[in-house]
Write a protein that binds this ligand. Structure first.
Ligand SMILES: [Zn+2]
Length: 105
């Protein structure tokens, strides 16, 4: 039997409107972000530090199907919440914060 996948760890978050919000980095000059902690894909936003800041999440509802004893179940691949290394729960519904940086954090 396969073990359940571990929830992704989000190392960087900021408090925005009282909620912990994941920080999504992008390298200066790139419009695509580093992989998103929720969906593991890059998101594209208008480039330049002027466009940094809070955004609603662009994660698609990434789902797959799993057959168990003849029944088909929907399995969510994009979690609704992730955990920071300090134990803080970060919800996808709060979106994320785009930050432009010079090199990988
Ligand atoms: Zn995403």
């Amino acid at each position: 039997m396969r073990r359940a996948p571990k929830l992704p760890i989000c190392e960087h978050y900021e408090i925005y409107n009282g909620n912990p919000v994941a920080v999504l980095f992008r390298i200066e000059g790139a419009s695509k972000t580093l992989p998103c902690p929720f969906c593991a894909k890059s998101h594209k936003h208008a480039s330049g530090p002027a466009y940094d800041g809070h955004r609603n999440d662009h994660c698609g509802s990434n789902i797959t199907y799993k057959s168990v004893r003849g029944y088909l179940y929907e399995v969510k691949l994009t979690p609704d919440e992730i955990t920071a290394s300090d134990g803080t729960i970060i919800k996808r519904e709060h979106g994320y914060i785009i930050r432009t940086i010079n090199r990988k954090p």
